[in-house]
Ligand binder design. Structure first.
Ligand SMILES: NC(=O)c1ccc[n+]([C@@H]2O[C@H](COP(=O)([O-])OP(=O)(O)OC[C@H]3O[C@@H](n4cnc5c(N)ncnc54)[C@H](O)[C@@H]3O)[C@@H](O)[C@H]2O)c1
Length: 272
């Protein structure tokens, strides 16, 4: 163990894979891991490849680490396995994985939601997590050095989220996928700790990105932001930077006794 608490947050010499790296939270966690010294593999959908490559270049220049872009649809088992093999070949190995790619919930009430919409969310959030985490574990076990996997879950896995008119925010697809992600995290953690692999999760409350981009998305309209700004204890939404300390903690040797832990960072939303 490194000698001081602050030194244990260093990611020097580690290789970190971040999924959904062209999106808001994934981009910020990639920058945080790179700033802490890790080489980073940025993963996102093949259609986002130009942006992912641009971000990889920017991060490499800014932090002086190796940063490479990879495109894969993480609902595709074969694509995920091939991508992890390629990352391990090109980057040396895989030490840290932020399994973070995800999609928003279907917006119709459950009793009107076609199965295909409901399954799109389960596949996009839960199946991607299963495929990414298990592919990463196989590489970490093969290379024999343990590792840290962090799943992005959500406060929506612990409560039914409130909407702007004091109704429910969406149907059960998103919350079910995230609640199942919390269970999956704990179950996998118990299976792979014997290989020195720690699996944990982070459950953010609602994040307002600095550029305001997410407000254009109907999953985070103005009325929702206003409702949450008056109805949760902290009376505001989360700045993405407020999640970075927790992510770095779980990624690094600062959290070596965390196994299947969920870090719920929600401004108190789930207290009421
Ligand atoms: N934004 C919030 O308020 C909030 C709150 C709690 C949890 N989360 C979770 O945080 C994670 C990141 O969310 P975000 O707000 O940064 O969203 P985002 O839309 O900005 O980023 C998600 C990224 O995942 C990628 N992606 C989606 N499906 C994929 C697939 N099948 N294969 C490869 N890449 C795929 C997208 O292309 C996108 O770049 C998600 O899991 C989300 O559920 C977000």
């Amino acid at each position: 163990m490194k000698e001081t608490a602050t030194k244990r947050f260093s990611l020097d010499g580690k290789v970190a894979v971040i999924t959904g790296a062209a999106g808001m939270l994934g981009y910020h966690s990639t920058c945080t891991f790179a700033e802490a010294g890790a080489d980073v593999a940025l993963v996102d959908l093949p259609v986002c490849m130009a942006r992912t490559e641009e971000l990889a270049r920017e991060i490499s220049e800014k932090y002086g680490v190796k940063a490479r872009a990879y495109g894969a649809d993480l609902t595709d088992e074969k694509a995920v396995d091939e991508m992890f093999r390629k990352i391990a070949d090109e980057m040396g190995t895989v030490d840290i994985v932020h399994s973070n790619a995800g999609v928003g919930g279907a917006r119709t009430p459950d009793y009107e939601t076609p199965l295909s919409d409901w399954m799109r969310v389960i596949n996009g959030n839960l199946v991607t997590m299963f495929l990414v985490d298990t592919a990463a574990c196989r590489i970490m076990i093969r290379d024999g050095h343990g590792g840290s996997i962090i799943n992005t879950c959500s406060m929506g896995g612990s409560c039914v989220m409130q909407g702007p008119t004091y109704s429910t925010f969406d149907n059960s697809s998103y919350g079910t996928s995230k609640a199942a992600g919390l269970y999956f995290t704990k179950s996998l953690a118990s299976q792979v700790i014997k290989y020195g692999i720690r699996v944990n999760s982070i459950s953010p409350g609602h994040i307002t990105p600095k550029d305001g981009g997410q407000l254009d998305d109907d999953s985070m309209d103005k009325a929702t932001v206003e409702t949450w700004s008056i109805s949760q204890p902290i009376k505001r939404t989360c700045d993405v930077e407020e999640l970075m300390g927790g992510l770095l903690y779980l990624a690094s040797d600062a959290s070596t006794y965390c196994v299947g832990t969920d870090l719920l960072i929600d401004g108190g939303h789930t207290l009421w």
